[in-house]
Design a protein around this ligand. Structure first.
Ligand code: ACM
Length: 690
């Protein structure tokens, strides 16, 4: 039933259509003559107070009583979110569809990592019992975002539609589309057809190129709007612009990928482009990028130098700020608001510009203190292209879901007035390493659920163990949506007496084997933290189990009692697969990772159970230049008590040759404080010939 207006009828129909599609159930949709007398499911549009803001419009109440399920809201957005919650209360098979395998599994070499197996796939229920409850729900922030980078690799429209469905189910309301970058220009501009003709073939890995027609994007914008999602286009400038400046000859010199600002054709070109962008995307906010712009071409360009002199601009940063100001004036004249990455703060922020803080949350703090709105999307919490575990097949630095879940968009150092300028947060998915939709889906989900909770729920109800428990059902929902989310694993933590099983989702049950058989429902069962004693030569296989017979991917490890143990005074939030033993496991891809800034006197010591004569010791720290040891020493000990220096760390590495005493212990010691954490990638040794 519906009552109160067309929006209520629309949501009632959406609900009925969903159950028709997933289960072939036919629910009649009728106007309720009197709300109270309805007996069934009622969508009720209520009065909104005249001063209602966006958060009021997105709020809803859901009550479930013996004969009536009722969603009440003052706006279609709130009803839509109430509908999403109602779907979450249904069995996933009924709410989201069948379980016939992920939709994007073509060309997906890591298919097994995103596939959960059901011993018996969940059946369609004949009836559903709902709990009696009342939910009063309201989002914490108005900007609840997800960014898709479709420039580095083209993503087919089908993926973008599925992404919007996924976002809607998470009550996310903003999709930032990163449409252009150095590799490619993906959006049709009628005034400059050569842009997509010549500029859309590129990608990072040589995957096929592609572009979006204006008609395709208009249809996507409309589809998103129906689901209360605004698409914010990003046209990155003045850097990340190799594709466009090469095609249009708008760079300072042929090898620069940055717009020439001294060229009198640059701003007229950009305005013609944005005239079309604004026609396609009605969003209030328009993203102009602004990140990572190299300034050297400008400083060596006669045209840019002349402009800087004329405009009294003393630095490259001041010239970029000039560009931002120009685009800000243009967008404001069209009734829009400029948003850019936090580099737009450098050289001065134009009036009303919004800062998207990515390098950390500091840019957002600075913006809020200046009275500018900001969206938080810091690398350390919500860069979803970062690896989810130490042995991820691709991705950058480590960002496990437990860390994403700690994301707090509003930093505590802001005063209540300044906090008001934090519009919300956003998970970003850069696509350098994501050539297909299946890769992208694997990185996006399930961490996007942690982002969604950070931007919707009040800080005080956030609870990682509770989220981890609910995640088991959320993973079922992804399977039902046929969205190939990454599935959770068991990690192995070496201990003196054996290997400890660690569940990535605290509380999830573990099945394991030691007999080379794949673990299943009849295998041995273990709890999180259980110790499996060393059994030399045997292979330990373990997997997490979920609801309704779900079996998650298998982790395996050959068991050998180690010949070394480790001692350290560094703390490690990522102890699971970044424990000390990862620093000496003959695998450069795994590493020890501390979880605090480096301090003078911190150490990691490897103790050899039998002293050995060694020719060489080499230690590498840092990963892709991150968290390296700048000031430290490599020390050795013959007795495990007194140490002598064998080498200094230079550029994150230390090497010692021809050590003249048998080595009982090797110590890596920090000798000066450093704000970064410490990664020790690998300790390599060469034994002396006998
Ligand atoms: C960015 O990650 N370059 C905004």
């Amino acid at each position: 039933y519906y009552t109160g207006g067309a929006a209520a009828e629309k949501c009632a129909r959406l609900f009925a259509e969903r159950l028709k599609e997933t289960a072939d159930w036919t629910l009649p949709v009728e106007a309720a003559v009197k709300a109270e007398s309805a007996d069934g499911i009622l969508f009720r549009l209520a009065e909104l107070p005249p001063d209602a803001d966006q958060l009021d419009r997105e709020s809803y109440q859901l009550t479930i009583e013996p004969n009536l399920v009722c969603v009440t809201a003052g706006d279609e957005a709130g009803l839509f979110y109430g509908l999403q919650t109602l779907l979450q209360l249904l069995p996933p098979r009924l709410a989201y569809g069948s379980f016939d395998g992920p939709r994007f599994d073509d060309n997906w070499e890591h298919r097994d990592l995103s596939r959960s197996l059901y011993s018996v796939p969940p059946a369609l229920p004949e009836t559903v019992a709902l709990p009696k409850l009342t939910i009063d729900d309201r989002p914490r922030y108005p900007w609840r975002g997800s960014m898709a980078d479709v420039a580095r690799h083209y993503m087919p429209m089908e993926y973008l539609y599925q992404l919007i469905d996924l976002m809607a189910a998470h009550k996310l309301n903003t999709l930032q589309l990163h449409l252009v970058d150095d590799q490619a220009w993906r959006l049709e501009i009628k005034a400059f057809p050569q842009l997509v003709k010549e500029g859309s073939s590129g990608s990072y890995s040589g995957a096929p190129g592609g572009f979006y027609s204006q008609q395709e994007l208009r249809e996507l914008v409309a589809y998103a709007a129906e689901r209360h999602i605004t698409i914010v286009p990003e046209i990155d400038l003045p850097g990340h612009s190799t594709a466009v400046t090469r095609v249009m000859h708008l760079n300072c010199n042929p090898s620069s990928g940055v717009y020439c600002i001294g060229n009198p054709e640059t701003f007229p070109f950009l305005e013609k482009v944005f005239d079309e962008v604004l026609e396609i995307f009605p969003s209030r906010y328009v993203h102009i990028g602004g990140d990572e712009c190299p300034k050297d071409a400008w400083l060596n360009c006669p045209k840019c130098q002349a402009l800087m002199k004329q405009e009294n601009l003393a630095s490259g940063e001041a010239l970029q700020s000039y560009v931002t100001r120009h685009m800000n004036d243009y967008l404001q004249s069209k009734g829009r608001t400029l948003i850019g990455w936090d580099e737009i703060l450098e050289g001065g922020l134009p009036p009303k510009a919004v800062v998207m803080s990515w390098r950390s949350q500091d840019g957002g703090v600075e913006a809020a203190k200046l009275g500018h709105y900001t969206v938080m999307s810091p690398t350390g919490y919500v860069y979803l292209d970062y690896r989810q575990s130490g042995n991820e097949p691709f991705g950058g630095a480590l960002l496990p879901m437990s860390k994403t879940y700690q994301f707090q968009p509003t930093p505590p150092e802001l005063t209540p007035e300044q906090q008001h300028y934090v519009l919300g947060g956003q998970g970003n998915l850069w696509a350098e390493n994501l050539p297909t939709p299946a890769h992208a889906a694997y990185m996006l989900a399930p961490r996007i659920a942690a982002v969604a909770e950070a931007v919707w729920s009040p800080a005080e109800v956030r609870d990682w163990p509770d989220f981890a428990r609910r995640m088991l059902t959320q993973l079922e929902r992804y399977s039902a949506m046929k969205f190939p989310a990454r599935q959770p694993r068991v990690f192995f933590e070496a201990a003196e007496e054996g290997v400890r099983l660690r569940s990535e989702l605290p509380g999830a049950s573990i099945r394991y084997t030691l007999n080379d058989e794949e673990p299943g429902w009849t295998s041995l069962q273990a709890r999180d933290g259980q110790l499996i004693p060393w059994q030399d030569g045997k292979t330990l296989q373990a997997r997490l189990t979920g609801n309704h017979g779900a079996l998650f991917p298998v982790s395996s490890k050959k068991l050998y009692r180690p010949q070394i143990h480790f001692e350290t005074n560094m703390t490690q939030p990522y102890g699971m697969d970044h424990g000390p033993e990862a620093a000496w496991d003959y695998d450069e891809a795994t590493y020890f990772w501390s979880g605090e800034p480096q301090q003078d006197g911190q150490y990691l010591t490897a103790v050899l159970h039998t002293p050995k004569k060694l020719d060489n010791i080499r230690v590498a720290t840092g990963d892709h230049g991150r968290d390296i040891l700048h000031q430290g020493v490599l020390e050795v000990s013959a007795d495990g008590r007194t140490f002598t220096k064998a080498a200094d760390f230079v550029d994150g590495e230390a090497a010692a040759n021809r050590i003249d005493q048998p080595v009982k212990a090797i110590r890596i010691r920090v000798t000066a404080p450093d704000e970064h954490w410490l990664i020790i990638k690998e300790i390599e040794t060469t034994e002396a010939a006998k």
